[in-house]
Design a protein around this ligand. Structure first.
Ligand SMILES: [Zn+2]
Length: 148
């Protein structure tokens, strides 16, 4: 009977040798998913071409519209639930609700957006997606062979 316990970090089973959980966490902190120390964003959500610490090429990421979509989904669900609970229990006037929740949702969205973008870049890096694959032209070749 084999009593050895295998320990692995979440995501190591994805066959890339990179942990998606670690990439997600490092990206959420707006750090390089590879080394965890270099800042990957500048000018709020602009992605640097390379990690300043380990020189990982970040130019191939394809976060596109996913960060705003996920950010709106998260902040919207949080604020809607809290606002509805406030309305149900305290029933403040609509103007008061607006004065409270408008800054909250704007602030939460602005805080989350760069972090979600970093997390998506970390996820793409962990799965060797897009420009993070070992063979950079792999995606291009696959798209050329595909009928659609
Ligand atoms: Zn790095």
């Amino acid at each position: 009977m084999d009593n050895s316990l295998k320990t692995f970090e979440a995501g190591e089973h994805n066959g890339t040798g990179r942990s998606w959980w670690q990439g997600l966490k490092r990206g959420f902190r707006r750090k390089c998913p590879n080394c965890g120390t270099g800042k990957i964003l500048h000018k709020y959500t602009k992605v640097k071409d390379h990690c300043p610490d380990c020189a990982l090429d970040l130019s191939g990421h394809r976060a596109d519209d996913m960060p705003p979509y996920i950010t709106m989904s998260i902040s919207g669900k949080i604020v809607i639930v809290l606002a509805l609970e406030m309305k149900r229990h305290l029933d403040p006037p609509l103007g008061v609700m607006f004065l409270i929740w408008a800054p909250v949702i704007i602030g939460l969205t602005l805080w989350l957006l760069p972090r979600v973008k970093g997390a998506i870049i970390g996820f793409q890096w962990a799965h060797k997606m897009h420009g993070f694959s070992d063979t950079p032209d792999e995606d291009l070749e696959a798209s050329l062979k595909s009928p659609l």
